[in-house]
Write a protein that binds this ligand. Structure first.
Ligand code: G3H
Ligand code: 13P
Ligand code: NA
Ligand code: ZN
Length: 328
């Protein structure tokens, strides 16, 4: 059954757990997430980026999700637009059955240029009004996080992310968050608290806490009715990097967000934790392994099944680690 983000995260808040939100682009990813949820009795957030919608086609995506509802009727599913960039993206998502949309107005429509606060408030409020008219939820974003050009021709999510931006630029201002939610009425708010998108988050093993927990705490205290969202929350596990590199990959050593940091965030009001990179690593490692170990193999099922299995295991682990198991 389909539920909204508001319904799901209200339940998560009442019961003190966090929801991993996994990105979907294809059938194998949808099945991996749903089978993992069934194994541990967890509710599901399936989120699709604009890139996913272009890759899979809106109708194909919508029908795959409908199929998932039929195959897994006992599992509540929230279908969420990840990083919507304008009104059209968000409204067409809702037209295709999405129950929630992220209007990411922290960047202008090009998805690259940091937007003014006024722009962000204005477009997020407009999308939220329209989404609420038809019973969908919204997530907004306030602050600089992930995939932002630093002005030196380098991506914020590339190596050397630390030190490229002033630390304060990477953190959401709690008082501005209060004003933003009051004006826009978003159901959930993505905040900048030290993470970035992609595999290359940190060039050293994080020692000590990497999240700005004081910011999370303060925003949560000031906005008890707004669910906090952590983007860029992949752990980038060493063993998944190792499998890729063992079988012909060439990934430079990197570090992600340790799972215990997400768990700490959940204690302080984080309810949605976005994970895409870890799923990509899990799948790609198995594709590499099978094709390397069996170079004569050419049946896609022979490498996609192990890829699906690896992603299912990853998803199951995150449901359990975030306390979403047993909550469906
Ligand atoms: O935030 C980005 C997500 O990982 C989705 O990535 O835009 O390449 O589909 P994508
Ligand atoms: P990761 O790249 O850390 O998996 O983050 C994904 C994300 O935030 C999608 O919106
Ligand atoms: Na909160
Ligand atoms: Zn994101």
């Amino acid at each position: 059954a389909r539920i909204t983000l508001r319904q799901l995260l209200d339940h998560a808040a009442e019961n003190g757990y966090g929801m991993p939100a996994f990105n979907v682009n294809n059938m194998e990813q949808v099945i991996a997430i749903m089978e993992a949820a069934r194994e541990v009795d967890a509710p599901v957030i399936l989120q699709a980026s604009r890139g996913a919608r272009n890759y899979a086609n809106d109708i194909m995506l919508a029908k795959m999700i409908e199929a998932a509802e039929l195959i897994f009727p006992e599992i509540p599913i929230c279908v969420h637009q990840d990083h919507g960039n304008n009104e059209a993206t968000c409204l067409t998502a809702i037209q295709h059955g999405f129950t929630s949309v992220m209007m990411d107005g922290s960047l202008e429509g090009d998805g690259k240029t940091p937007a003014s606060y006024e722009y962000n408030v204005d477009i997020t409020k407009r999308v939220t009004d329209m989404a609420h008219w038809v019973g969908a939820s919204t997530e907004g974003e306030l602050g600089v996080l992930g995939s932002l050009e630093t002005g030196e021709g380098e991506k914020e999510d590339g190596h050397g992310f630390e030190g490229k931006l002033d630390h304060s630029q990477l953190l959401t201002d709690p008082d501005q968050a209060v004003d933003f939610v009051k004006k826009t009425k978003v159901d959930a708010l993505a905040i900048a608290m030290g993470t970035s998108h992609g595999a290359y988050k940190f060039t050293r093993a994080p020692d000590g806490d990497i999240l700005a927990m004081h910011v999370i705490k303060e925003i949560n205290e000031k906005l008890p009715n707004t669910h906090l969202v952590m983007h860029g929350s992949s752990a980038v596990p060493q063993e998944l990097q190792d499998i890729i590199n063992e079988f012909g990959g060439d990934m430079p050593q990197t570090w992600g967000v340790p799972v215990h940091e997400c768990q700490l965030g959940i204690k302080h009001g984080v309810r949605k934790i976005n994970i895409d990179t870890d799923c990509r690593l899990a799948m790609s490692g198995q594709v590499r392994r099978v094709l390397t170990q069996s170079p004569a193999e050419f049946d896609p099922r022979k490498y996609l099944k192990p890829a699906l299995d690896a992603m299912r295991a990853l998803c199951k682990q995150r449901y359990q680690e975030f306390g979403a198991d047993g909550q469906a």
